[in-house]
Design a binder for this molecule. Structure first.
Ligand SMILES: [Zn+2]
Length: 425
């Protein structure tokens, strides 16, 4: 596919946010072209008063994921929310459970929503309690700051039996890895709603699978528009090739220009990326139900401060959720790719070749869609070998891009993510 210009926007009809979208929503948004309710300003000469360039959004938007409420749970002052029975239908491509705060208030610290334990009605353990080493047969579900979205199965084997899942949920201090107390997290919710979503397995033997990507490119990222910048196009083509290798079409659906981003600083809770994500989402979503795409922001550089604030690092890429998630939660849901070096000036050029950016982009989209690193305990349930090194934690430095591909087991899990669209669009 290298050398072929992206096709997806050619057929699309321009939708200007604040115009047609408001009409379509029948009064759901204000008439005046007020700025969106976000605070991301970038750091360059151009400011919020400048007109936003027009974005061409796709018109063939897939149906949204349908969430059904299972019930609510009360959270005590020590983070315990109790157990809820979640119906688990048979023959589903995925079953996703989410924990949504109903009355959280804003605070400096955000507690994570966590599956503390889960078992089938038979008593068989699905998620062991904290302190028990997970085995390859367990589900590997990661806590989410501000809200939880847990997509199953994370394993090669599907969870195909119809059953009832007894799910114990709680609020968790992700920094200290202990239950969250109200003393430390005064704003944490007292009530959470539990929803479930699922989608039947496709009936065709080899249906098409598509992952839509919408790109937001900061003016100081080091890249130009895709159609005019061979370096960006080559990087994109490498990512496309990695997904094509496992039968998934990576489709570029939209390109948005952003002002200079400057240095993008964030920590383990990813809250530092929230305003960028809100800014990008507000312009890349055709309407609030339009969420089954991966937003990718290209920025100048990333500056990550570790949870103990003792070190900083400059990642090339970042996915805000491992595994990936859906948009309507408190945590930003975004992939970020950094072209340059934080130590260089604003006119710095790209510091890696296109193949490196391409495999990092594919790696981060892999995280967004539910994959762990293969070289961690959490990733041990998804075997990889030989040239299947794309999900290695050292992808930005040490892995030869030629040897960076998804494994068949990773492909199986990717194809279960709700944001992967199965079937024709
Ligand atoms: Zn990674």
């Amino acid at each position: 596919m290298v050398g072929t210009p992206p096709q997806t926007m050619a057929d699309a009809i321009a939708i200007r946010l604040g115009g047609l979208v408001c009409l379509a929503l029948a009064g759901a948004c204000a008439d005046s072209p007020e700025p969106m309710d976000d605070e991301w300003m970038g750091q360059g000469e151009s400011g919020p008063d400048d007109p936003e360039p027009e974005v061409v959004l796709p018109t063939d938007i897939p149906p949204p994921v349908t969430w059904r409420e299972v019930g609510t749970l009360t959270v005590d002052d020590f983070g315990a929310a109790g157990t809820i029975a979640v119906p688990f239908p048979a023959g589903q491509r995925y079953v996703a459970v989410r924990s949504v705060p109903l009355d959280a208030t804003t605070g400096d610290a955000v507690a994570c929503h966590r599956v503390m334990r889960a078992q089938w009605s038979s008593g068989e353990i699905v998620v062991p309690e904290q302190g028990t080493a997970p085995s390859d047969g367990h589900q590997h579900l990661v806590p989410g700051p501000g809200a939880g979205v847990f997509v199953m199965s994370t394993n090669v084997e599907p969870l195909h039996e119809a059953d009832t899942l007894e799910l114990e949920l709680g609020l968790f201090d992700c920094g200290l890895a202990i239950p969250a107390s109200r003393a430390r997290f005064p704003g944490m919710p007292r009530t959470v709603r539990v929803d479930v979503a699922s989608e039947p397995e496709p009936t065709e033997s080899s249906p098409t699978a598509t992952v839509a990507v919408r790109l937001a490119r900061a003016a100081d990222s080091g890249w130009g528009p895709m159609a005019e910048d061979p370096a960006l196009w080559d990087a994109w083509a490498v990512a496309v090739e990695r997904f094509a290798d496992i039968g998934i079409e990576l489709r570029l659906e939209a390109e948005l220009e952003l002002p200079d981003a400057g240095v993008t600083e964030y920590g383990a809770d990813m809250i530092g990326l929230a305003s960028l994500q809100q800014h990008v989402h507000a312009q890349l979503q055709a309407d609030p139900t339009d969420a089954r795409f991966v937003p990718v922001a290209l920025v100048r550089c990333l500056d990550y401060e570790d949870p103990t604030a003792t070190s900083r690092s400059r990642p090339v890429g970042q996915a805000t959720r491992i595994p990936g998630s859906l948009a309507d939660a408190a945590t930003p849901s975004l992939v970020v790719l950094a072209g340059g070096d934080c130590q260089a000036g604003p006119d710095a050029t790209l510091i890696h070749d296109p193949a490196r950016y391409g495999v990092v982009l594919a790696h981060e989209i892999g995280h967004y869609l539910g994959l762990f690193h293969v070289d961690t305990a959490l990733g041990s349930h998804l075997p990889a070998a030989g040239d299947e090194r794309l999900m290695a934690s050292t992808i930005a430095q040490a892995i030869d891009p030629e040897r960076a591909w998804f494994s068949p087991a990773q492909a199986t899990v990717l194809l279960r993510h709700p944001d992967v669209v199965i079937g024709d669009r």
